[in-house]
Design a protein around this ligand. Structure first.
Ligand code: NAI
Length: 464
């Protein structure tokens, strides 16, 4: 049989498998789902097109989906986030995967196309992180339906490659995008930025199937985005630069969940952290957590480390980078690279230090160190979040896939969140591993606060 995968080196599979075996011991939620659903196989018949950082933790997710009966094809959702040994282990296990750390943008969209190439002709589920797989099909189908102006004028390198891939697929297989779109029962979306895209599509009447917003399960965004970044941000900066954190002045742009974890990460390493925010509630939170809340313009000359966490565009602009002190470190941990105006640096002098680390000279002669070309640095320069926290995120992902695959027909197109009982179940599955002893409500106490002894324990509007 011709090989149905693209990985850096299949010989890395044995190393990947060893790390995967360790990861499984730290992913109790996923392992519990294998136990609970391994024989009933609720995902039998599911053909899942997956687009999510191809790491060791994701390998454990993929293998859980397979144990539950799914056919899976996978690509990474970022050109720098793949762990090649993880991809090799998955390919060697027989699941088609298309992901190489450092792939080009052109390859990125080719690989995205490949996750939809099931023998049956179409996928029937998407598991997405950031929304690119969903975008590919929905945009392609609209172009196929005659809205050709949608891809007329690309505004970035990303768009050039995306539009070229759409054109190639349209030429090779007329009707392909429309058939894929029609076959999709639902999408589960991992991250804040992808969720924004889904709500936006729905608002414009362009979301043809139900989607589950995994990000806003409490056991996802209040854990992965926060505690995950708390561990992985500094890990990325250290692996990239080996710089001393203690005593440095770091600026974190944005104090949402990722900003909170990132600020704590830098503070924990001894950096003096300042925060920028646009939302008065988050600004007040930052101040009351002990961080000075500043304008970027006021600190740009003095700080040593700049990190964007906003999910917004043009947060660190060229005029800021021109003002920075010599050898300031600049990086982003939000989903897309447009938080930093990297394109505006293209005609400056770049010196590559090593993979995903560049030194760029400003007209003043000052240099900045740019991490992962502005792409999310915890996955570009390090290995992303630890397994334990990803277990919570991915347990939500699997539950969302089961819900949409088995009951998708009962949902109108729209964006949904998993019920609180399942959120609490995800948390519960992670307690034993870290020795948490949970107090049980007495019946009269449950009555008094108006909940059941077994939960759910909070109303939907509770914010944690
Ligand atoms: P969030 O919405 O909770 O936080 C973003 C914060 O940035 C908000 O408080 C907002 O007010 C603030 N903000 C927006 N524009 C700003 C500006 N111009 N200046 C300063 N602050 C500004 O979102 P969350 O969950 O923290 O996610 C942020 C980004 O990180 C998203 O792109 C998300 O997809 C990504 N993400 C990355 C992860 C990683 O491992 N690298 C993990 C989870 C999420």
């Amino acid at each position: 049989m011709p090989k149905d995968y693209i990985v850096k080196d299949i010989a890395l599979a044995a190393f990947g498998r060893k790390e995967l075996t360790i990861a499984e011991t730290e992913m109790p939620g996923l392992m519990a789902l294998r136990e609970e659903f391994g024989t009933t196989k609720p995902l039998k018949g599911a053909r899942i097109a997956g687009s999510l950082h191809m790491t060791i933790q994701t390998a454990a997710l993929i293998e859980t989906l397979v144990v539950l009966g799914a056919d899976v094809r996978w690509a990474s959702c970022n050109i720098f986030s793949t762990q090649d040994h993880a991809a090799a282990a998955i390919a060697a296990g027989g699941t088609p995967v298309f992901a190489i750390k450092g792939e080009t943008l052109e390859e990125y969209w080719t690989y995205t196309d490949k996750i939809f190439q099931f023998a049956e002709g179409t996928c029937n589920m998407i598991l997405d992180d950031g929304g690119d797989a969903t975008l590919y099909i929905l945009l392609g189908a609209r172009v196929e339906a005659g809205e050709t102006d949608l891809i007329a004028v690309p505004t970035s390198d990303e768009e050039v490659c995306l539009f070229n891939q759409i054109k190639k697929r349209l030429a090779a297989s007329p009707g392909w995008f429309t058939a894929q779109r029609a076959a999709i029962k639902g999408v589960s979306e991992e991250t804040t930025t992808g969720v924004h895209r889904l709500y936006d599509l729905h608002k414009r009447g362009q979301l043809p199937f139900p989607a589950i917003n995994v990000n806003d399960s409490v056991t996802k965004s209040k854990f992965d985005n926060k505690y995950g970044c708390k561990e992985s941000l500094v890990d990325g900066i250290r692996r990239a630069t080996d710089t001393m954190m203690a005593g440095k002045v770091a600026v974190v742009c944005g104090y949402g969940d990722v900003g909170k974890g990132s600020s704590a990460s830098l503070q924990g390493a001894g950096a003096r952290v300042k925060v920028t925010e646009v939302d008065p509630i988050c600004a007040l939170q930052a101040a009351m957590d002990g961080f000075e809340v500043v304008l970027l313009e006021d600190v740009v000359k003095d700080a040593d480390i700049f990190i964007t966490t906003t999910g917004n565009r043009d947060v660190i602009r060229i005029e800021h980078m021109r003002e920075m002190k010599d050898m300031a470190i600049v990086g982003n941990i939000g989903h897309f690279d447009n938080e930093i105006q990297v394109a505006a640096l293209k005609n400056h002098k770049w010196t590559n230090i090593k993979d995903q680390v560049d030194m760029i000279e400003m007209p003043s002669g000052h240099r900045i160190i740019l991490l992962s070309e502005g792409r999310l640095l915890n996955l570009g320069n390090a290995t992303g979040h630890p397994s334990f926290v990803m277990s919570a995120s991915f347990t939500n992902q699997v539950l969302a896939q089961i819900e949409l695959f088995t009951k998708g027909n009962e949902y109108a197109p729209g964006v949904y969140i998993l019920p609180k009982a399942l959120d609490e179940k995800v948390a519960r599955l992670h307690l034993k591993k870290i020795g948490v002893k949970l107090t049980e409500l007495r019946p009269e106490q449950a009555d008094y606060i108006g909940v059941k002894v077994e939960g759910p324990f909070k109303a939907d509007h509770y914010r944690y």
